[in-house]
Design a protein around this ligand. Structure first.
Ligand SMILES: [Zn+2]
Length: 90
């Protein structure tokens, strides 16, 4: 069974939803960024062992603020900083 993520839900359902509804441009941009994040659509690079034992393809991130894959780390860093500030200065 494949992993269900927000990206797979958007990839499955958004094209049909987009056809039936008039959506603002910023919503379309966010949805397309989420659908293309870390896929071949955004390009990538190959990380390989110099001896040729292993290689792996890393696809580029969309870096959109609404993307859960991209925004998660930024959110955690922001929350950690704010937690530190409140714990030490208030
Ligand atoms: Zn992303």
């Amino acid at each position: 069974m494949a992993l269900v993520t927000l990206q797979t839900i958007f990839q499955d359902a958004f094209p049909a939803y987009e056809q039936r509804h008039a959506l603002p441009a910023h919503v379309r941009r966010a949805a397309h960024a989420i659908m293309q994040c870390r896929t071949a659509a955004l390009g990538g690079h190959v990380q390989a062992c110099p001896d040729g034992h292993m290689s792996r393809i890393w696809y580029n991130s969309c870096r959109h603020r609404s993307c859960p894959q991209c925004a998660y780390l930024q959110t955690e860093r922001w929350l950690s900083t704010r937690t530190y500030i409140f714990a030490h200065f208030f």
